[in-house]
Design a binder for this molecule. Structure first.
Ligand code: URA
Length: 209
């Protein structure tokens, strides 16, 4: 079984409650998703390598650590993944951002790519794939397949809410992909919505429907 990290910090739990609440409107929803993403970025980057450099404080020379030239790529899955980008960029301003657009073919139920623009050196980057919802895992798996086909080697998947079915599906296909999640919910309903979840994340972010 691959690695799943549940980020259950009180600040994340508190904000997630208001994200779930159906009375939260798009403006507040967007702000909360951004704030949760910033908090998640902190944990997702916990294993970044450090190097020691010499600096001078006003008092003395000292050795101190900085992040060791690691290149990151943030890859939101359109469209709901967009809501997580700015919050992550607040902490990781040097990350490059690539976009993947997928839709589900109504006949085959397969995820089909309709848009893709990635940094041209993704094989050298630690990629952080973003989608607030991990439901069946179909689009996440398609996006991971796609990133690997394009040369991606190091991939983490970050979502706000996951169904156990989606976690299992990703790890069956891609056991190397670590999953970071704020909450693992009960499961999926007959329409493949996460229960209790938060509804359609794209609609709630962008006020559509
Ligand atoms: N996508 C969503 O936006 N919400 C769900 O509950 C499942 C998939």
């Amino acid at each position: 079984m691959g690695k799943v990290v549940v980020l259950d910090h009180p600040l994340i739990k508190h904000k997630l409650t208001f994200v779930r609440d159906k009375n939260t409107g798009p403006k507040e929803f967007k702000e909360l998703v951004k704030e949760i993403s910033t908090l998640m970025a902190y944990e997702v980057t916990r294993d970044l390598p450090l190097e020691e450099i010499e600096i001078e404080t006003p008092i003395a020379k000292t050795k101190s650590q900085i992040i060791s030239g690691k290149k990151l790529g943030l890859i939101p899955i359109l469209r709901a993944g967009l809501g997580m980008v700015d919050g992550m960029l607040d902490l990781l301003p040097a990350a490059k951002v690539g976009h993947i657009g997928l839709y589900r073919d109504p006949e085959t139920l397969e995820a089909v790519e309709y848009y893709c623009k990635l940094p041209n050196d993704i094989e050298e980057r630690d990629l952080i794939l973003l989608d607030p919802m991990l439901a069946t895992g179909v689009s996440a798996i398609a996006a991971i397949n796609f990133l690997k086909e394009k040369g991606g080697k190091s991939i983490k998947f970050v979502c706000l809410v996951a169904a156990p079915e989606g976690i299992e599906a990703i790890h069956k296909e891609h056991p190397d992909v670590e999953i970071y999640v704020a909450s693992i919910d009960e499961g999926l309903n007959e329409d493949a919505y996460i229960v209790p979840g938060l509804g359609d994340a794209g609609d709630r972010l962008f006020g559509t429907k």
